[in-house]
Design a protein around this ligand. Sequence first.
Ligand SMILES: Nc1ncnc2c1ncn2[C@@H]1O[C@H](COP(=O)(O)OP(=O)(O)OP(=O)(O)O)[C@@H](O)[C@H]1O
Ligand SMILES: O=C(O)C1=C[C@@H](O)[C@@H](O)[C@H](O)C1
Ligand SMILES: [Mg+2]
Length: 179
Amino acid sequence: MINAPTIILVGPMGAGKTTIGRLLSQQLDREFYDSDRVIEENAGADIPWIFEKEGEEGFRRRETQTLQTMLEADQTPVVLATGGGIVMKDENRDMLKHQPLVVYLFASVTQQLQRTSKSNHRPLLKQGNPKDTLTRLFTVRDPLYREVASVIVETDSRHPKTVANKVMDAIKKHLAAEA
Ligand SMILES: Nc1ncnc2c1ncn2[C@@H]1O[C@H](COP(=O)(O)OP(=O)(O)OP(=O)(O)O)[C@@H](O)[C@H]1O
Ligand SMILES: O=C(O)C1=C[C@@H](O)[C@@H](O)[C@H](O)C1
Ligand SMILES: [Mg+2]
């Protein structure tokens, strides 16, 4: 595993990309980055503010730029969590498909709903009914996550540490099959 390339986590809001990404980075003794946090640091503002001032389109422009910079800059392998909508742009999916290790953290809509209900910093869930929004996004995005992923790990009803261990096992299997 020491030689594993950069691990990129994709999946919907509440899949646990940030949570599991942190755990993996600790287990592997690697740097952890979260594209949402990098966007916020570069903007000097949080995601709700960016959505309010620049719209989703402005946020997506920043997201593409951030992904590009991070993938180009990355020499040593790291763990990179992405935002739930990273797969919406063709150019982002192209970048991701060229990466050796993209992990789709799968979560059902019911589970996404439970996990996202604890906080209200996600602009897309502030308008309308969150269950309808998550269902609509799932229909569009689930095939796109699958399109870019080398590995898929189910996260429903699993403790974060169990998910992190499952990701490690799945990565080992994937790398062994590729060797
Ligand atoms: N496997 C899990 N079991 C229980 N709770 C979890 C699990 N994974 C994540 N959580 C909790 O769900 C919430 C959302 O997790 P997290 O922020 O890691 O999701 P995310 O995929 O990064 O979402 P976003 O796309 O919005 O950034 C957090 O409160 C986290 O503690
Ligand atoms: O699913 C989405 O489109 C988003 C998910 C979050 O990670 C943030 O990137 C932002 O709130 C948008
Ligand atoms: Mg996150």
